[in-house]
Ligand binder design. Structure first.
Ligand SMILES: NC(=O)C1=CN([C@@H]2O[C@H](COP(=O)(O)OP(=O)(O)OC[C@H]3O[C@@H](n4cnc5c(N)ncnc54)[C@H](OP(=O)(O)O)[C@@H]3O)[C@@H](O)[C@H]2O)C=CC1
Ligand SMILES: O=C(O)CCC(=O)C(=O)O
Length: 461
C-alpha cells in the first residue's frame, strides 16, 4: 500500500523495472502501472490531497500529461449516453471502463517514456496504445443457459456467465455470484476489476468473474446444487474452470457449500485425472482441501486495508481524527460473510460498531453492537431486524454519523445523491466500485471525508 502512495499522498510513484522481458513483461508492467495510477486517482484524499501530476480532468482527447495523450479514451461517453437515455447512472461496466480509460490516459505518456526500446517514438507509442486497448477489453466471456427441473416439476432455463477479463497471467481468478440482478455486463466489469486488483497488489492472476442469474432464496438446496453443478460442467467444457486456468471463489450468495459442489463436479468430470482438481476453487471447506482463514479472509483484508490509514498520523490528521482503532465508531452495510468478519476484526481491535444495515432493515446502538451476539441472532432468525440489543434504524446506514463507513454489500452504493451526506471520515469498501463519480449533470459528488481504501487493496485472492 505504501508503495502505491509512495512517500505520502502527494507522491506519485514511477513504476519499477519490468520483472520480465519481452511483450509479456511489458504488458504486465503496463497493467500494474495502469492499476496503480487508477488506484492513485481513486485514492486522492478529498480534503487536502494532491492531484495527479498529469491532467486527469482534461477533456476527452485533451492533454494526458507529459507529451499529451494521443488516444481519445472514451471518458464521458458512457455518462453522456446514460443521461441521454434518461438513466440516472451508467451501468457498472461503463463505469469501470470510464475509470480505466481515465487511468490509462494519465499513464500513457509515462509508459511510452519508460519503454526501453530502440524503436522510434511513434512505434513505441503505438505499442503502448495497443496494449492499453487490449487491457481495457474483456478477453473471453462464456454465456450459458442451464435448464433445470424445479421441485415442482416445471422446467426453468437459468442464465449464467463466466468472464475472463485477462489471461496475461494464469490462472484467472474471481468469484461466483448468485443474484437476480446480475447481467453479462456486470460480470465483465467485475472480472476487469479482479484483473486490476490482482495487478495492483502484484499477485500473478488474471481477472475473472461468474454470475448466475437467480435469487437463491427462491430455490431449494437440491435445486441450487443442480444449478451449481450444471453451471460447473458448462464452464469446464469450455475451459472456464480448472486449477491452472481459471479458479473460482465465493462471492455474494455463494460460500463453502457452493465451492464444494463446484470442486466435486469438476473433479468427477474434466478433472478426474488431475490430483489437484480441487484447486479449481478457493473458499472450499477444509475437509475438501480448503485452507484455514479463507472464510474470514475478506474481512481480514478490510481490516488491514483500514489499518494502513487509521494507524497513520498524517492521514488521520487530514481528516481530523486521532490514529488507532480504539474509540472509533463504524457503520456497516451488509452483514454477510464480508460484513460479519470485518465487524469481528474491527471490534477485536477496539472499534465500536454503531449501525448495521441490510436489505430488510437497519439497527443502531450508540454504545455498540457485539458481532457474536448479532451473528447468533441472525443465524437463529435469518435477519438482523429485531435484534434486541439495538434500536431499529430508519435512515440510511451509509449516512450514519460515525468515523468509519464500510459498505460490504453490493456495488454502486455511494452516488451523487448520497455522497455528500456521508458523515464517516474514513470509508473502506469491500463491494467492488462502491462509489461512482456521477457526472451526468456535470457535478462530481465530493464526499466530505477521505476516500481511503479502494476495494482491490482490501481483497484477498
Ligand atoms: N465472500 C468473499 O470472499 C468476497 C466478497 N467480496 C465482496 O464483498 C461484498 C459482500 O459479499 P459477501 O459478504 O461475500 O456476500 P454475502 O452474500 O455473504 O453477504 C451480502 C450481504 O449483504 C446484504 N445486502 C445485499 N444487498 C444489500 C443492500 N442493498 N443493502 C444492504 N445490504 C445488502 C445481504 O443481505 P441479504 O442476505 O438479505 O440479501 C447479505 O447479508 C460483495 O460486494 C462481494 O463482491 C469480495 C471478495 C471476496
Ligand atoms: O477470491 C476470489 O477469487 C474472488 C474475490 C472476489 O470475488 C472479489 O474480489 O470481488
Amino acid at each position: 500500500m505504501q508503495r502505491l502512495l509512495g512517500a505520502g499522498p502527494r507522491h506519485w510513484e514511477a513504476v519499477g523495472a519490468a520483472r520480465r522481458s519481452g511483450r509479456a513483461g511489458l504488458r504486465l508492467r503496463l497493467l500494474a502501472e495502469a492499476g496503480r495510477r487508477k488506484a492513485a486517482l481513486l485514492w486522492q484524499p478529498v480534503n487536502g490531497g494532491g492531484a495527479p501530476p498529469t491532467g486527469s480532468d482534461a477533456p476527452e482527447g485533451g492533454s494526458g500529461g507529459k507529451g499529451g495523450c494521443a488516444l481519445g479514451w472514451r471518458r464521458g461517453k458512457h455518462v453522456a449516453a446514460a443521461a441521454q437515455a434518461g438513466l440516472d447512472a451508467p451501468g457498472l461496466l461503463p463505469m469501470v471502463e470510464t475509470f480505466c480509460a481515465r487511468a490509462m490516459r494519465v499513464a500513457e505518456a509515462d509508459l511510452v517514456q519508460q519503454l526501453r526500446s530502440a524503436r522510434p517514438a511513434k512505434e513505441k507509442r503505438q505499442w503502448v496504445q495497443g496494449i492499453l486497448e487490449t487491457i481495457q477489453r474483456c478477453s473471453h466471456v462464456l454465456e450459458v443457459s442451464i435448464p433445470v427441473k424445479r421441485d415442482s416439476g416445471h422446467w426453468e432455463v437459468i442464465e449464467g456467465w463466466r468472464a475472463q477479463h485477462s489471461q496475461h497471467l494464469l490462472p484467472c481468478k474471481g468469484g461466483v455470484r448468485f443474484s437476480e440482478s446480475i447481467s453479462i455486463d456486470d460480470v465483465k466489469a467485475l472480472a476487469a476489476l479482479m484483473t486490476y486488483k490482482c495487478a495492483v497488489v502484484d499477485v500473478p492472476f488474471g481477472g475473472a468473474m461468474a454470475g448466475v442469474k437467480i435469487d437463491p432464496k427462491k430455490y431449494s438446496e437440491g435445486e441450487l446444487e443442480k444449478i451449481t453443478r450444471q453451471f460447473t460442467v458448462e464452464m469446464a467444457k469450455k475451459g472456464f474452470i480448472g486449477p491452472g486456468t481459471d479458479v473460482a471463489a465465493p462471492d455474494i450468495n455463494t460460500g463453502e457449500k457452493e465451492m464444494s459442489w463446484i470442486a466435486d463436479t469438476y473433479s468427477r468430470t474434466l478433472g478426474y485425472k488431475d490430483i489437484n482438481a480441487h484447486a479449481c476453487v478457493t473458499g472450499k471447506p477444509i475437509s475438501q482441501g480448503g485452507i484455514h482463514g479463507r472464510v474470514s479472509a475478506t474481512g481480514r483484508g478490510l481490516l488491514h486495508g483500514i489499518e494502513n490509514y487509521i494507524n497513520n498520523t498524517l492521514y488521520m490528521n487530514l481528516v481530523g481524527l486521532s490514529p488507532g482503532f480504539p474509540g472509533k465508531t463504524f457503520a456497516l452495510q451488509g452483514f454477510g460473510n464480508t460484513g460479519l468478519h470485518t465487524m469481528r476484526y474491527l471490534h477485536r481491535h477496539g472499534a465500536c460498531c454503531v449501525c448495521v444495515g441490510e436489505v430488510d432493515g437497519a439497527i443502531y446502538n450508540s454504545s455498540g453492537i457485539h458481532p457474536k451476539e448479532l451473528q447468533d441472532y441472525k443465524m437463529e432468525h435469518g435477519t438482523i431486524v429485531g435484534f434486541p440489543k439495538a434500536e431499529p434504524y430508519e435512515g440510511s446506514v451509509l449516512e450514519v454519523p460515525c468515523d468509519i463507513l464500510i459498505p460490504a454489500a453490493i456495488e454502486k452504493q455511494l452516488t451523487k445523491e448520497n455522497a455528500h451526506r456521508v458523515q464517516a471520515k474514513v470509508r473502506s469498501a469491500k463491494n467492488a466500485l462502491p462509489c461512482r463519480r456521477a457526472r451526468i449533470n456535470g457535478s462530481c459528488p465530493r464526499y466530505r471525508g477521505a476516500e481511503f481504501g479502494p476495494p482491490y487493496i482490501n481483497d484477498p485472492v
